[in-house]
Each structure stands twice: as structure tokens, then as C-alpha cells.
Design a protein around this ligand. Structure first.
Ligand SMILES: C[S@@+](CC[C@H](N)C(=O)[O-])C[C@H]1O[C@@H](n2cnc3c(N)ncnc32)[C@H](O)[C@@H]1O
Length: 401
């Protein structure tokens, strides 16, 4: 399996404690816990209102019950899909994946289906929760939320999106927004549009990743389309497709990749842009520049990454010295904010908007997403769920001149 040259973001930047992951066999159902331990959420830019919750204020407040129910469904989806994994042995498997990733031994980290699945149930869950809230709560702009609510077929292509967070988070948002859409089409004519034309509704997801995550997305697809599974976001197979293609986006793009980009209403690059820059700043810049050619006018590009981890990339230094200070082509990540480095957000803005090919719709350099306290209070998930401080950029592709 082809592997990233650095560990998954969540691992490479967290302190690698020797403390093993714990699995809560017995659930804590107490709701009497004092909420003061919910630390404040600091939004450095609050231009987007989060309509789902009031968790971004100083004091802990409750999450909208419908949203909370969808959060719980997301957690159930991970647990049901990989139910066989939640045994007393799971912490050991997670620990072994963590250890191998820390040592950058990617072959050992993912040398069995159980290890791939262990990665997913441990690290993709919080991301799925976050992506659901970001979409349904307008974090990625009104436009993105609106597109999810409209009654036509929606196509989303996710770069670096094979590990499960995207398929679960995006599907959860899709079914949530469709079900709460103010004017659903009448049942007698479900597929007739305003002008009388047929409207094909549904969600087409494409995942492009250089690792072999297809068995994971296939498993989630099976859960989501299984009417017998306990899921708020069951979708009939006619309403959802999910394809995972192996593609290193820093190498020539296959015809399949290009055509999925060309038809996408939304392209996402979630917690992957920093990894791409760290592999090759030049190839990554080239990839971002090529997006204008291969996407359609009006397409939205959503980039989320860790704020402060991959934030500073030693590209300027490399250019000034004429060679890479880190050696070779790899960009050097400088979490300490080295003055020689460009910020990830700055690089993205410069690459995409300088020639007016894309316009910025949302620009947040550090916005906290936090695990709802209610999920913690009710022992909603047996493994740790982490808060995230995110860099968010959303761009709209301009029309061709
Ligand atoms: C930190 S993980 C993020 C996964 C997921 N997007 C999420 O938000 O949870 C980065 C992902 O990018 C993929 N990736 C890294 N470099 C890539 C490349 N050059 N081409 C395609 N995928 C890549 C990795 O395999 C991995 O699945």
C-alpha cells in the first residue's frame, strides 16, 4: 500500500505519549458531571454563525437536540460498521498502529485490515463529527450548506479522503439538511423540478487517496445503504454512490480523477494539504494551480487543515537559498513559526486567488471545533475524541475569462 511520507496529521503533531489508548468497556451514563471542564472555544474569526450549537461561547450551553442526535448516529455508524473491533484487544491494536506511525514504519502500521480499521475508529470519528457540523452549521459558507439542501444530485470529490471521515461526515450532513429542508418536493412527484424537468436527487462521492482505503469506504457504504442498520442517515443505493480511487495527486492525474474533478460541485482537501506540501511544495503548488483547469466554473473548493501544525512551511527559505533547507524536495514543517516560512493559508490564497481564478468565500486561520460536552457526558463513544483547531479556506472557482 502506498503510504504518506509523514504520519497522519493527528499523530504526527500530537505528543506521542507512551500512555496507551483506553477503551471504555463500561459506559458512563452520568449527566451530573460539571460542565466547567468544557474549556472555552476561541474563534479568531466569527463571521460564520454556527447555527447548530452555542458551544462557541464562553459558557457551556446545549447542542440542538436534532444535531446531537445526528452526532450520535455518526458515532453509532463507526461502532456498527466495525463492531467486531470493539473488544478488549482494540487498545493494543491502536497502540501498535500509533507506535508504527510514530516510527514512520507505514508498512507495519497498516499491514492488516484490523490495523486500517483501528486507525479509522480511533482517528476518523472526531473528524466525521466535525465535518458534519461544519457543513450543516454553515462553517463552510451559506453556499455550501445551501448546495447540500437543494434538490438535485450533488457531486463531491474528496482529495485524501479515503479514511472514513468524509463519507460519514458528508453523508450525515446531506441527509440531515435534506430532511430538514423547508420545502421538500411533494411525494407524488419526487423527481420533478421547478420547470417540470426531471430532477435527479442524490449524492455522488469520490475519494482520491494514494493509500488503499477502498475497503473502508465500501464498509461504510454498506452500513449507510443498509435499511436494517440503526442509522438516521440511511440512503437508498439509488441516492448515494461512493467510489474510492487510488491516486497520488502529486503525480499525473488519471482520467478517472480528472473526470471526477470536472463534475464535482465541491472538492474537499481535508487535513491533507499540509501533508501534500510536506511531500513536495513544488508538486503541490502545481496541483493546486491545475485545479482551475480541471474543475467547472462555480465549483467550491474546501480546504481544512490543522491550524498551527502544518501551518508554517519552509518554502520561502528554500527559494531564498536556492535549495531546500530540509534537504531534497520535501518542505520542512516549522511549528515554531520560523520567519522563513510561509503560512499554509497564505500559500493557498496566493496560489489560488492571485490570478483571479478562484475567489475566497471563507477564510479562517484558527477556528476551534470541539467535541460536544453531551457526547462526553453520556459516554457517547468508547475511545477518545479530540477537539481540533482548524484552518479553513473555501474558494469558488471563477468563470473562464
Ligand atoms: C491526515 S490524513 C486525513 C484523512 C481525512 N481526509 C480526514 O480528514 O480524516 C491524510 C490523507 O491524505 C492522504 N494522502 C497523503 N498524501 C497524498 C497524496 N500525495 N495523494 C493522495 N492522497 C494523499 C493519506 O493517505 C491520508 O488518507
Amino acid at each position: 500500500m502506498p503510504q504518506s511520507k509523514r504520519p497522519p496529521d493527528s499523530l504526527s503533531k500530537t505528543k506521542q505519549s507512551s500512555k496507551p489508548d483506553k477503551i471504555k468497556i463500561k459506559r458512563n451514563t452520568s449527566t451530573t458531571q460539571n460542565n466547567n471542564n468544557n474549556k472555552n472555544t476561541n474563534n479568531t474569526n466569527s463571521t460564520n454563525n454556527n447555527t447548530n450549537t452555542a458551544r462557541n461561547s464562553k459558557n457551556y450551553t446545549t447542542t440542538n437536540p436534532l444535531v446531537l442526535s445526528q452526532f450520535k448516529t455518526i458515532l453509532n455508524t463507526f461502532q456498527h460498521t466495525f463492531s467486531h473491533l470493539f473488544t478488549p484487544e482494540l487498545p493494543q491494536i491502536i497502540q501498535s498502529v500509533k507506535q508504527s506511525l510514530y516510527l514512520r514504519d507505514y508498512v507495519a502500521a497498516f499491514d492488516s485490515p484490523e490495523k486500517l480499521q483501528a486507525y479509522v475508529v480511533r482517528w476518523s470519528v472526531a473528524r466525521a463529527l466535525a465535518y458534519f457540523e461544519m457543513i450543516s452549521g454553515h462553517w463552510w459558507s451559506e453556499d455550501v450548506t445551501q448546495i447540500f439542501s437543494t434538490s438535485r444530485r450533488l457531486r463531491v470529490t474528496c482529495v485524501g479522503g479515503g479514511a472514513g471521515a468524509e463519507i460519514v461526515g458528508i453523508t450525515a450532513a446531506y441527509s440531515f439538511l435534506r430532511s430538514s429542508s423547508p420545502s421538500p418536493p411533494p411525494p407524488s412527484s419526487p423527481s420533478i423540478g421547478v420547470g417540470g424537468e426531471d430532477v435527479d436527487t442524490g449524492l455522488d462521492l469520490t475519494f482520491l487517496d494514494f493509500a488503499t482505503w477502498a475497503p473502508i469506504t465500501d464498509s461504510f457504504y454498506t452500513t449507510i445503504t443498509d435499511p436494517t442498520k440503526e442509522s438516521n442517515f440511511f440512503l437508498d443505493k439509488s441516492k448515494i454512490s461512493a467510489r474510492c480511487y487510488q491516486q497520488d495527486v502529486l503525480t499525473p492525474l488519471s482520467d478517472t480523477t480528472v473526470s471526477s474533478m470536472a463534475s464535482a460541485d465541491i472538492v474537499t482537501i481535508l487535513f491533507t494539504a499540509g501533508e501534500l506540501y510536506s511531500q513536495s511544495p513544488t508538486a503541490t503548488t502545481k496541483f493546486f494551480m491545475s485545479l482551475h483547469t480541471i474543475t467547472k466554473p462555480g465549483a467550491l473548493l474546501v480546504v481544512v487543515d490543522s491550524a498551527g501544525g502544518f501551518e508554517d512551511l519552509d518554502v520561502l527559505k528554500k527559494n531564498q537559498q536556492g535549495n531546500s533547507s530540509g534537504g531534497g524536495e520535501s518542505g520542512k514543517v516549522q511549528p515554531d513559526g520560523n520567519i522563513g516560512g510561509y503560512k499554509l493559508g497564505f500559500l493557498l490564497d496566493k496560489t489560488l486567488t492571485n490570478r483571479e481564478q478562484w475567489q475566497t468565500v471563507v477564510s479562517q486561520d484558527a477556528k476551534w471545533w470541539r467535541v460536544p460536552q453531551e457526547l462526553k457526558d453520556t459516554g457517547g463513544y468508547p475511545l477518545e475524541l479530540e477537539n481540533m483547531r482548524c484552518l479553513i479556506r473555501v474558494y469558488r472557482r471563477n468563470d473562464d475569462p
